[in-house]
Design a protein around this ligand. Structure first.
Ligand SMILES: Cc1cc2nc3c(=O)[nH]c(=O)nc-3n(C[C@H](O)[C@H](O)[C@H](O)COP(=O)(O)OP(=O)(O)OC[C@H]3O[C@@H](n4cnc5c(N)ncnc54)[C@H](O)[C@@H]3O)c2cc1C
Length: 377
């Protein structure tokens, strides 16, 4: 494996490699797991199918500056220009902060344009193959490849798919400057219920990290169980499985108009104005919600973390913290294992530490989903 130059604290912390891992998926879970494994002495090859990541309107509550410092092993620097120091941050800002730490870690090699199609193992090693027929092998392979995980098919072939929970989240993000003067700016998260719909609205720092009045952003997540036939027509949900988000350019004009009318009827200001602004700019995406209660997290030298391992509804607000707990638990188990115990036993320790807890978290979210949308059909 080719190494980046060894610089800074990471080099000082590490002496020799204690094993190797391939991590599939370089979103939040994959980045956090790679950092935790590197810290435990494991050399990581991190494979990501995408070339770059889009800006998204999703926000993650409870992700504090202190927590990010713990995960990345370093304090916020001037390089982290998109990472605001606030509790409640955009997905984009958190991703940028984790990515900067991975880029600085000489023991993690990140490869983009690497879509994994096959996963296999024998008694001594595990390996993956990408669409361009490259093979990457290591002591263990970890799937951090999200709710439609390919690695999950090799870990849990009898239970490979997350299922549609029966509703969509309309997500949007507006700049305060576009709304200034029109409404009083909210200072906290609002959760509103009107009839069959639910709206979560949240203020966020600007992309540069500022909470200064006039420069902030405001996001919303509108839970809607009435447009499942649209999701099926657009191929977002097929046979009860979520395939993809409805991109902003694919939301039909008629749906945009309907949402504008419904927002006017359902939601008070400032949320009505925020939604109207996003709809006018066609800056709204529809994310069908998936759920997955795992029966296992590990198959010998293969393991799952994050949304590949378990998918709770966003209403639980727990996907990020569950992913972080996975990353830390797997690194702890592997670090204990490299002292002489086989990697397979270390991964079993990881499953024992996490399985019951993550099952309970997803199931608690399913209670909300069933009361909100009924049994999915
Ligand atoms: C709308 C929404 C709102 C949410 N809100 C919250 C919240 O408020 N609080 C909270 O804690 N959590 C929330 N979550 C959940 C949280 O975002 C996730 O749990 C967390 O980001 C972990 O995701 P992940 O990295 O496991 O998966 P993903 O973000 O799905 O990443 C998977 C990665 O794997 C890559 N990949 C997939 N297949 C392959 C392949 N075959 N080969 C190579 N790469 C591959 C993908 O390109 C992607 O980069 C929300 C989720 C959604 C959908």
């Amino acid at each position: 494996m080719s190494m980046k130059p060894r610089t800074g604290n990471v080099a000082a912390r590490r002496r020799a490699s204690r094993g190797t891992a391939v991590v599939v998926g370089a979103s939040l879970s994959g980045l956090m797991t790679s950092l935790a494994l590197s810290r435990a002495g494991i050399d990581v090859t991190l494979l990501e199918r995408a070339t770059s990541f889009p800006r998204t309107g999703a926000s993650l509550g409870g992700v504090t500056e202190r927590l990010l410092t713990r995960i990345t092993g370093r304090e916020r620097s001037s390089k982290d220009i998109t990472a605001p120091a606030a509790d409640g941050q955009t997905w984009t800002a958190i991703h940028a902060r984790l990515r900067a730490a991975v880029d600085d870690d000489p023991y993690i090699t990140l490869r983009h344009n690497a879509r994994v199609t096959d996963i296999d193992q024998d008694a001594c090693r595990a390996w993956v193959t990408t669409t361009d027929a490259r093979t990457f092998e290591a002591d263990i392979v970890i799937g951090a490849d999200g709710h439609r995980s390919t690695v999950r098919r090799a870990v849990a072939p009898g239970h490979p798919d997350a299922t549609f929970a029966g509703y969509v989240l309309w997500l949007g993000l507006a700049d305060e400057s576009a709304l200034a003067g029109r409404h009083r700016w909210p200072s906290n998260v609002d959760i509103l219920y009107r009839g069959d719909d639910c709206l979560i609205g949240y203020p966020l720092p600007s992309p540069a990290g500022s909470f200064t009045p006039g420069s902030r952003q405001i996001g919303f997540a509108w839970y809607d169980a009435s447009r499942n036939s649209l999701l099926r027509e657009e191929g977002c949900v097929v046979d009860g499985v979520v395939h993809h988000t409805l991109a902003a350019q694919d939301v039909p004009d008629a749906t945009l108009r309907e949402l504008a009318v419904e927002a006017g009827d359902l939601w008070p200001q400032p949320w009505r104005g925020v939604i109207a602004d996003c709809l006018e700019r066609r800056a709204v995406i529809g994310t069908p919600i998936a759920e997955y209660v795992p029966e296992r997290l590990v198959n010998k030298r293969l393991a799952l973390v994050g949304d590949a391992a378990h998918v709770p509804t966003p209403m639980t607000g727990s996907g990020f913290s569950m992913s972080l707990d996975d990353a830390e638990a797997i690194a702890e188990a592997v670090a204990a294992g490299v002292g002489g115990r086989p990697m397979e036993q270390a991964l079993q320790d990881y499953e024992r530490a996490r399985l019951n807890s993550v099952r309970r978290s997803v199931q608690s979210g399913q209670q909300f989903s069933r009361s909100f949308a009924g049994q999915p059909v």
